[in-house]
Design a protein around this ligand. Sequence first.
Ligand code: PAF
Length: 286
Amino acid sequence: MEILTGIAEVRERVAHWRRGGEQVAFVPTMGNLHSGHISLIDLARQHGQRFVASIFVNPMQFGPNEDFNHYPRTPERDAGMLEQAGCDLMFLPDVGEMYPEGAGRATRVEVPGLSEILCGAFRPGHFEGVATVVAKLFNIVQPDVAVFGEKDYQQLAVIRRMARDLCLPLRVVGAPTVREADGLAMSSRNQYLDAAERAVAPAIHAELQRAVVAAVGGRVPLEVIESEAAASLARAGFSLDYFTLRRASDLEPPAAGDRDLVVLVAARLGRARLIDNLRFSRAGSA
Ligand code: PAF
């Protein structure tokens, strides 16, 4: 596996593969890789003969009081994991390479509407930062396929919309969430949890499952399902940003006939902000 830090070298390497008729699959990450990332990588490898991963902690997607400075950075360990997973190229740019004028002065990509709801309402500017860096990474790597985790459901929706709106010639693929044995979705931010918080954290997944069962049953109004889950998580010690049932296609509140739904949660526990979701289908009277 090659490790490259410069945009020009990455373009050159990928262009060489393309001239040879090879398809390129790409997984953008912020590093500190865990089994969840490896599952994205395994899926990506099914979509191309060449596989690229990027590791870049993107300052533009962090708010002023968020964990940019403390976000775990483990590039050497990540390189070992990527090599073992069969990665051909690890792109490891620094902030100056990605934002030569500084992130604050860079051109931005905005996905209106979808970026402002749910996590976007609690993290203003976050999805603009994500859409911008992902558009840049797509332009640098020029992949045929890019894979993102479904755990970040709203992020995946924003990226799909951005790729469609900008007519980017690639396919965006979602990969199923990978969970610990007790249901907690894998995330680099789980390491912010202390032992007591870690013991409580799986309640998030349990509430999502309860909400799905209730929504599929169809007898309890969705607002009641949401407020009961919120109360239960608050009793367990979470400080809730949202627990909500939405239409899976566009994250709008579901209409009576909508069947393809997703229940999403964002909640703070100690220093960690945890997000998770479950997508499901309910019988409807369409
Ligand atoms: O999900 C992430 O790790 C990041 O938001 C991404 C997509 C790599 C953009 O920085």
